[in-house]
Design a protein around this ligand. Structure first.
Ligand code: AP5
Length: 210
């Protein structure tokens, strides 16, 4: 039976968003990225966005209950299956999720701190289609437009060097314990995020179709 309830776990910059875009094209799952949903709330200046912005700009986590209230309806509506990217991020979020959805597999993408810093400092994102690029790998210095749609490329506020360090610390403290939480349920598959993104993707496809 195909695996339709999938969680992407890993430190900031491990490649969750990059892989998610390819996985949903291939498997038709609904991509639910709490980071993307929050950034949209911030840009529309909603009440939630105004509350979340301060936490996000510092690289801190947004309070659990706000996140759970934001994501629950979207998960329940995803009849064809979902790919969770950035959720759950704390044990409290994982326990809340378990009360209304089952998880078939957790794809845990690992990446060392030094590589996280290097990648995030070089990341640029398209404002229009969300395509993700990197100055180190696939974007010429000074290039400011998206090769896919012509949209403007920008640097996320939380990709400043001082904020990246805090995000990684919080990942280790609050999110990494979920590897053990889901290992106890027998659903974790670990991937090496340092491999090229095409290699990571092939491995994920194999795991999801096994
Ligand atoms: P969120 O947007 O979820 O950020 P994150 O988890 O820190 O993840 P990133 O988007 O930074 O990294 P990624 O793994 O997707 O990497 P990417 O594919 O872009 O959250 C942002 C904020 O929102 C949080 O800090 C928090 O405040 C709040 N928030 C969100 N969810 C929350 C929750 N559940 N609870 C509380 N607060 C929450 O890749 C990175 C770069 O590397 C790119 O440039 C890419 O081109 C490159 N790259 C990717 N893969 C490879 C590869 N294999 N080889 C080489 N380069 C690669």
């Amino acid at each position: 039976m195909a695996l339709r309830h999938v969680v992407l776990l890993g430190p900031p910059g491990a490649g969750k968003g990059t892989q998610a875009k390819q996985i949903i094209n291939e498997l038709g799952l609904v991509h639910l990225s709490t980071g993307d949903i929050l950034r949209d709330e911030v840009s529309r200046e909603t009440e939630l966005g105004k509350t979340a912005k301060g936490f996000m700009d510092r690289g801190d986590l947004v309070p659990d209950q706000l996140i759970i209230d934001m994501i629950r309806g979207r998960i329940e509506a995803a009849d064809q299956g979902f790919l969770l990217d950035g959720f759950p991020r704390t044990t409290a979020q994982a326990e809340a999720l378990a009360a209304f959805a089952t998880i078939d597999v957790v794809l845990n993408i690992g990446l060392a701190r030094e590589e996280v810093v290097r990648r995030l400092a070089g990341r640029r994102v398209c404002r229009d289609c969300g395509a993700i690029y990197n100055l180190t790998f696939n974007l010429a210095e000074g290039e400011t437009t998206c090769a896919k749609c012509g949209g403007e490329l920008y640097q996320r506020d939380d990709d400043k060097t001082e904020v990246i360090a805090n995000r990684y610390d919080i990942y280790e403290r609050s999110t990494a314990p979920l590897i053990e939480y889901y290992t106890r349920q027998g659903v974790v598959r670990t991937l090496d995020g340092a491999a090229g993104s095409e290699n990571v993707f092939s491995e994920i496809l194999e795991l999801l179709s096994a």
